[in-house]
Design a protein around this ligand. Structure first.
Ligand code: C2E
Ligand code: MG
Ligand code: MG
Ligand code: MG
Length: 285
C-alpha cells in the first residue's frame, strides 16, 4: 500500500505513514549528520503579552534544511524520529541551541523567555538530565525556560508525566500544556499536573471571531485556566480581530501569524527591534 502511494508521487505522506519506508530510513540515517552539519535549524516565533504590546518570549520550532529535499517542517520528519532513540539527541540539540540563542540575545539586551517543544516520548526521567545540561552549558535561568508538552504526552504515561513535571517545577522550569483542547483528555489529566500554562489549540483561536462556538470555548478555557491559577496562551492568532477579542477576554499571551511567523534567528531579532519592543531591547554600550 505504501509502495503504491509513493509511486503516485505522494512521497511526503508515504514516508510519514511508514517508518520503514526507504524515505524514512534514509532521513533517519541522515539526521545525526544533519545535527553536526548545521542542517537542522531553529526558527523562533514571538509570544507577546495579552494586552497586545510587550514581547515576552520566543518559541523555538525545528526545521531541517535538507540538501536535497529543501526545508522540511517538523511534520515531515519528527514522526519517524520520535519512533527511535534519536529523538533524545534531537531534544538535547534543540534545548541547547535554543538556550544558546536566547543567551546571545540576552547579552545583546533582548530579555525574553525561551520555549521548547518536548515530544511525548522524551518526557521521561532522561529529560531532567538533558535540561540540567542545557541550563548549565548556557547559564540560563530555569524560570526563563518554558517546556511545551502536549496532552498526548500526558495520556501516554500520566504517572510518569506527572512525576517529571513535578521535578521540573521543583527545579524552577515552567511547563506549558500545548495544543490544549485538541487531544482526547483533558481535565482528568490536568488535575494534579503541576503546569504553569495552557496553550489553547489554534483550531479554536484562528477563527474565533467568525465562530461563536469557538468564542465560547476560548472564553471558558481562559476562565478555567485562571481559576486553576494557570496562565493562558493563545496560539494561531491570525487577525487583529482575534487579537482584540483575546485581549478583551484577558488572555495572558498571544502568538500567531498576525504578530509574526516563526523566523530565523537574525530576522527574529530584527523583528523585535522593528516592532519597537523597545522596552525590551536595551542596547548595551
Ligand atoms: P506547536 O508547538 O503547536 O507549534 C505551532 C505550530 O503552528 C508551528 O508549526 C507554527 O509554525 C504554526 N503556527 C504558528 N502560528 C500560526 C498561525 O497563526 N496560523 C497557523 N496556521 N499556524 C501557525 P510547525 O513549526 O510546523 O510545528 C508543528 C509542530 O511540530 C509544533 O506544534 C510542535 O508540536 C512540533 N515541533 C516543532 N518544533 C519542535 C521541536 O523542536 N521538538 C519537538 N519535539 N516538536 C517540535
Ligand atoms: Mg509549541
Ligand atoms: Mg501548539
Ligand atoms: Mg499546535
Amino acid at each position: 500500500y505504501a509502495a503504491k502511494r509513493s509511486r503516485v508521487g505522494v512521497l511526503r505522506y508515504d514516508a510519514a505513514s511508514d517508518p520503514h519506508s526507504t524515505g524514512a530510513l534514509e532521513l533517519l540515517g541522515q539526521l545525526r549528520g544533519a545535527m553536526d552539519e548545521d542542517q537542522l535549524v531553529l526558527h523562533y516565533q514571538p509570544k507577546v503579552s495579552g494586552d497586545g504590546g510587550r514581547l515576552l518570549g520566543f518559541e523555538a520550532l525545528v526545521r531541517w534544511d535538507h540538501p536535497v529535499r529543501g526545508l522540511l517542517l517538523p511534520a515531515d520528519f519528527l514522526p519517524f524520529v520520535e519512533r527511535t532513540h534519536l529523538i533524545h539527541a534531537l531534544t538535547r540539540w534543540v534545548l541547547i541551541t535554543a538556550l544558546r540563542q536566547a543567551a546571545t540575545w540576552r547579552a545583546q539586551g533582548l530579555q525574553t523567555s525561551m520555549a521548547v517543544n518536548i515530544s511525548a516520548v522524551s518526557l521521561d526521567t532522561g529529560l531532567l538530565g538533558i535540561v540540567e545540561e542545557a541550563l548549565a552549558l548556557t547559564r540560563w535561568r530555569p524560570a526563563d525556560l518554558v517546556l511545551e508538552i502536549t496532552e498526548t504526552a500526558i495520556i501516554h504515561d500520566p504517572v510518569g508525566a506527572r512525576a517529571t513535571v513535578a521535578r521540573l517545577r521543583e527545579r524552577g522550569v515552567r511547563v506549558a500544556v500545548d495544543d490544549f483542547g485538541a487531544g482526547s483528555t483533558s481535565l482528568v489529566h490536568l488535575r494534579g499536573l503541576a503546569v504553569h500554562e495552557l496553550k489553547i489549540d489554534r483550531q479554536f483561536v484562528s477563527e474565533l471571531v467568525a465562530h461563536p462556538e469557538d468564542d465560547v470555548i476560548v472564553s471558558s478555557v481562559i476562565a478555567l485556566a485562571h481559576k486553576l491559577g494557570l496562565a493562558v496562551v493563545a496560539e494561531g492568532v491570525e487577525t487583529v480581530a482575534a487579537a482584540d477579542r483575546l485581549c478583551a477576554l484577558g488572555c495572558d499571551e498571544l502568538q500567531g501569524f498576525f504578530f509574526a511567523r516563526p523566523l530565523p534567528a537574525e530576522q527574529a531579532m530584527a523583528w523585535a527591534r522593528a516592532e519597537g519592543m523597545a522596552g525590551q531591547v536595551v542596547e548595551l554600550g
